[in-house]
Structure formats: C-alpha cells, structure tokens
Design a protein around this ligand. Sequence first.
Ligand code: NDP
Length: 326
Amino acid sequence: MEHTKLAIIGSGPAGYTAAVYAARADLAPTLFAGQTSGGQLMWTTEVENFPGFPDGITGPDLMVNMRKQAERFGTKILDKNVTGVDFSVRPFKLQSDEMEMTADAVILSLGAQSIALGVPGEKEFIGRGVSTCAVCDAAFYRGKKTYVIGGGDSAMEDTLALKKFAESVTVIHRRDQFKASKIMQERVLSNKKVTVLWNTAIKEIRGDEVVKEILIETDGKEQTLSADGVFVAIGHKPTSELVAQSITLDEHGYIVTRQSVSKHGVAAASGALSEAGLVAFPSMTSVEGVFAAGDCVDIRYKQAITAAGQGCSAALDAERWLESQE
Ligand code: NDP
C-alpha cells in the first residue's frame, strides 16, 4: 500500500495552497484532486478580487496556475476521488477509486456547494447573469436591474453588496417574512434601492447571450420582469459526507476545527492549548492529525482568498504537528 506523510483531499484554493506550502516544507504531499480538479472556481468567469491579478483572471486559469504551482514543488496530484477514510487507525487509511493509501496526516479541503433553485435557465446562464456570489460579482452589475433569491443572511448580504452598484435590487422570497437575523433584515428593508417581493417564487430565467428576464409567480399569478442579474442565495451545502462518520461536524454539516471552539462550544480537546494559552493547532479537527480548510469549515466568508489563507494555515499546522510526532 502506498504511504504519504500528508494527504490533501480537495483541489480548490484551500487544497492547492495547502499543497504549495506543504511541498515547500519538504513534506512531498499527495493531493487527491477528484475527477474534476479546481473546485467551484471552475464554474466562474472573471475573478477580480484575488490579489495579484490587477486585470483579473478567469476562475479556470487561476486554478490551473495553482495546480502548476503545487506541482512545481513536488506535490503528487492524483485525479481521483477519495471514496472512504479510516481515521481510527494510524497511519490513517484512505480509499480511492481503485487504490488504498496510508497517510500520517490529512488535510480536508472538501469545499461547499451553493444550493441551486433547479429552475430552467439557472444552470444555462451561470456566469452570464446568474451568480451565486454577490461579493464576487456585484461590481459587474453597475446600473443594472438585479434580483436576489432567498430570505436568509446570505440573501441579505448579497442584497447589501449589490445595492452599492446596481440600479435596483429586488429580493424575491417565497414566504412573507425573512429568516435572516433582525439586524441584517433592517439594513435591507431600510434601503430605498431595495424592493421585496414576498410570497413569490422564481419559475424561469430567460435570455439570449445573457439574462434578459425572469418569470415569477406570486399568489398563483405569473408575471415576467426584465432582469440583468439573478443572485441565487438560498444556502450552501458543505461537501462533508465523506467524513461525516469520522469527525465532528456542526449542525449545518461544516467541519468543526479547534478554531471553531468558541462558536461551536466544542471543548478544547486535551492538549489543544499551547503553553501560551493559544489553540495549538487551530485548523485541527476533532481527530488529531486531521486538519480542515476552506469552504467545508467556513460558514461565513467562502471566498477564494479566505480558502487559500486557510489552506496555508492548515499546511503550517500539519507541518508543526508532524514534527511534534517525531
Ligand atoms: P439559510 O438556510 O439561512 O437561508 C436560506 C433562505 O433561502 C431561506 O430564507 C429559505 O427560505 C430560502 N430557500 C431555501 N430553499 C429555497 C428554494 N428552493 N426556493 C426559494 N427559497 C429557498 O442560508 P444562508 O446561506 O442565508 O445562511 C446559512 C447560515 O450562514 C446561517 O446560519 C446564516 O446566519 C449564516 N450566515 C451568516 C452571515 C453573517 O453572519 N454575515 C452571512 C451569511 C450567512 P425559508 O425562509 O422559507 O426557509
């Protein structure tokens, strides 16, 4: 059976950044990229908020660059999915499609997926008027007519991001009250640029090259509205099924790390605090030697740059932990 010091599962910005750091620390990591390398950025067009690219870069190009950078320093990349893990034994065991591998440490950078509405036009126009990230894309909608679907905090945040640029922002929500926190609701409802369509469902997104209109239904009545941008903000699902039986997840399915100690009320495991009283390995999960980074731990920011930063932290933690085991 093949053995690696460090296995990294996932090939978004968190996974590749962890690989760059771990490879440069001479850990010769193995990265399982899955069958579709690159994560969610493979579905985006322009990325203008990743520092270092003043003219922007496409999501796929950014991910190809990250992969090359990880490979340059000796990361072994396998375009395979990990289908099973056993964290109850040391070294840890990973099963992939047609192989098994053991690893002294593991970094989980499994990502998250935005939940889709499942209406006609949604998939077709992604990147051409349909977006799942207003923080990333709001600036492209200067002076445009935009819609945000959802009633939670994500929808409120997207609305607030868009109102700075768009001519109008209409929130479409299926019920007659928001689920979002009061403070976020108030910020949205007090803004003159924002309209809310309550008890309304979006039925279809239409256009040609780009989005042109949406079909909505309120109290059984259908209506067509002209539209430039539709922001789907009905929640995210962390990709954590692989480890659901092996490590602690929070109530939404996000992986709990020692950094999330206060938020999730998970008592610092014995040895979690260093002499200085700091959490010794903040990115470590409930299993010693297993670390996590990126959208699978991050309910809040979910940006390429925050995921990359967390990937770096996880690699540094893993490196220090492996040293402590020698
Ligand atoms: P939520 O699950 O909280 O909200 C999803 C919203 O989308 C709900 O209003 C829901 O409607 C609606 N919805 C769900 N499915 C559909 C559907 N098929 N069609 C139409 N509408 C639908 O997800 P969020 O991403 O907003 O938030 C997730 C978590 O992250 C929360 O705990 C939130 O507080 C947190 N968060 C915190 C932020 C912050 O603190 N700044 C920012 C963003 C998120 P209904 O109300 O009827 O259920």
